[in-house]
Design a protein around this ligand. Sequence first.
Ligand code: IVH
Length: 696
Amino acid sequence: MFETLEKSDHQNTDFQERVRALHNVLHKHAHSYYVIDEPSIPDTEYDKLFAELQSLEEAHPALRTSDSPTQRVGGKPMAEFATVRHTVPMLSIRTETDTEASGAESFDARIRKELRLQEGDAVVEYVAELKFDGLAMSLRYEKGILVQAATRGDGEFGEDVTHNIRTIGQIPLKLPETAPDVLEVRGEVYMRRDDFERLNARQRAKIAAGAKGEKTFVNPRNAAAGAVRQLDPGIAAQRPLSFFAYGVGEVSDVSWLTHYDLLKMLKNLGFPVSAEVNIAKGATELIAYHQKIGKLRDALPFDIDGVVYKVNSLALQQQLGFVSREPRWAVAHKYPAQEQLTTVLAIEVQVGRTGKLTPVAKLAPVFVGGVTVTNATLHNEDEARRKDVRVGDTVIVRRAGDVIPEVVSVLIEKRQNDAPMFTMPHVCPVCDSAAVREEGEADYRCTGGLFCRAQRKQAILHFAQKRAVEVDGLGDKLVDQMVEAGIVRTLPDLYKLGLTALSELDRMAEKSAQNIITALQNSKQTTLPRFLYGLGIRHVGEATAKALVKHFGKLDAIMDAPLEQLTQVADVGPVVALSLRTFFDQAHNREVIEQLRACGVTWAEGEPSPAALLALSGKTFVITGTLPTLGREELKEKLEAAGAKVAGSVSKKTHFLVAGSEAGSKLDKARELDIPILDEAGALALLNETTAGGGV
Ligand code: IVH
């Protein structure tokens, strides 16, 4: 996949040799990253190796040679651009890899130690900022005019990219009079996520139209780097870039005492400065900032990979100074990376409980967004085609927040095999039944129903899960075995399992078999919402199951309720109601329920809610025209109190129209549909009659 270094497991490795090996691999990756814009390993991997080298050098200073990757920042500039010498070097920042709060604590502790502060002494004031994920830029203004824009390069020599940077609207070309004679503004050129998406959509369209030499970009940073290094400013101008200022290089006249005031000045001069800049007093407020931004991260319109803490006072910054070209007064505190490179081992098609076929990329395990990811959904046929993921591909996986992992894109240039493009199968990969994609739908579905082993397995797992009837210990593997062995076909089969049949399954000791039998026994006493949810009716989640039970009380009442009664339940709309009706109208589903009851699955039944008992429950009224005594709103309240639904327009589902004088089109419509028409007195009589006991 990509080249990494295995740590030697000998405790007494020759440090010198390890340092040399780290030099080699870091130099190589730095070249791919900084010079040719094609990261060969994920940032996290690079950071880890870099940090290891740093700590080895700290422990053994004699090993720190001038050619060490820690002694310079980044790689060599590209030959095509004129070289710029940074009079004030563009520094790097030390990275705190600890993604927990303690990263802020250890930074603050280090600063306090350097400043020889005691425990009782005042807290240190910091500025906390976002760590933008773009590329560093130095903008040189002379007498208020932008004369040069340069990349960081190796920190000392960068590339002159003035012609491209001039195309960025957010970067002022001329500053107000108040600007110092010489001012180098340091900041980050980046691409917003929405701009990135639009750019990639445009690129895809060009590629689809047969344009040669066009490609899509793997992430906003890569797209921004590509745009900055465009040799043709005309093309750079079409790549939407943004900028945030976060510091300065050479300045002829320093008139500020703190970093915060410097940022304020930059803002006043017309530079974009992030609104998320905060003053933070001591470690506590740094931690709070780290947590706040961690929550905000996904909602920001651009990528960040961490936050940066800086000592606010310039005097203290000077006192703290530098170590190996990193200022002691600043640190980058990262968040877990949300994107990683990995390879696609296979593309499988999974069959869900409702028969939906989902293409899933099986990945070489990779740690991303805080968890190890081995699967990434490709969603459906259209998505899989759009991304064109193939077996063997190197891909970028993203896991942001709690969102399920996704393949962002393929590194096409790394495609080495001639694996064919993925196509959706037209038969179910599990049961061979036809798989169909209905007109207007994105998904293929297996038509096998419970004949399909995959759907059967999913149905059983769904029924047995903790939130449903809960059969302890009945997991993925066991259900697989049971279904494959043919000893369980339907839900009731679970309760007919004998010890012998179970013990005969592979790797099933008698004791575990007994445990399963006991767990099944225990699961029989359940609750109606759990049972109903466990049946796996499409669109019926836990909340809906609870609402149905609350309303109807008993299972039979739910099974027999007509559509209009079902829609009377809070949160049950026509789609859910139809799904319930379809399910209970099928004889084999009723049979399953009967058998489960016969096997001893039981629950306490309740009473229907007052709303369900009301005489007008399930009836829909429409009120129109001017009523002789009551306001329309008043009658509506009375009807609703009796359990009726009052709708705004007449349809086939309307049971009664209450019409006053000057009734218009609604009255015509009701006549057309043969819907009973009442006047106010009629409606009131109906209310009296029904609340006195009878139904309608
Ligand atoms: S300050 C003396 N502030 O992070 C410190 N850098 O290694 C100089 N970066 O690629 C950098 N956001 O472009 C600083 N708010 C921020 C930053 C930031 C992103 C980047 C910078 C460079 C890397 C530092």
